[in-house]
Design a protein around this ligand. Sequence first.
Ligand SMILES: Cc1cc2nc3c(=O)[nH]c(=O)nc-3n(C[C@H](O)[C@H](O)[C@H](O)COP(=O)(O)O)c2cc1C
Length: 186
Amino acid sequence: MGLLGEGITEVIAVTKDNAAPIGIIVRAGQYPKMILYKGSKTAENVAKYGWVTANFVSDSYLYPLYAFSDVAKPDLRKVFVGGTVMQLLCDADAWMAFTAEVVNETKEALFVELEPVGSEYCRDQLRPVNRGFNSVIDATVHATRYVMDHDPKLRELIEYHLGIVRKCGGARDQEAAALIRDVCGL
Ligand SMILES: Cc1cc2nc3c(=O)[nH]c(=O)nc-3n(C[C@H](O)[C@H](O)[C@H](O)COP(=O)(O)O)c2cc1C
């Protein structure tokens, strides 16, 4: 499916005036899906406005940045797609736009089906395989949970991934690691 491989692709999801890292789930023969935990702005916006854009970025720092802070208005731009004005990250290397429908709901989460309505490659840039980049993403996932319950097991996982960032990451990955440490109080 174009920019989305089978499995779960971790993107920066932009909804109205908001950005956050979110996984887009693709299984053969099915519409792409998101599972959005209630309480996030992303879940609220998707339910309210019915659209989301998936932004593909090569700057790892943007994952902890948008997991833990609000997006600045000038970092978003508008795009008219699928008959709707949506928003994108100015820094996206590529994006896909979706209309989004909540198809199921539990006490904790919304199950959202996505219909692609547009996409664009903005930069002709390959992101080389780098364990430091990947470990920033993993550490950020664990950090979003750690800040809620300070579970020592999560702390160990974060430290493991930050160790890989230290060895394998570039300058921007080190900045991302410092941000994760700061947010988690490590
Ligand atoms: C790589 C990554 C993937 C994530 N995927 C999801 C997801 O699929 N669903 C979800 O509800 N939260 C996910 N999160 C957590 C949200 O990004 C986090 O709760 C964020 O603070 C929500 O921000 P918001 O309130 O601005 O929407 C993910 C975090 C990371 C770092």
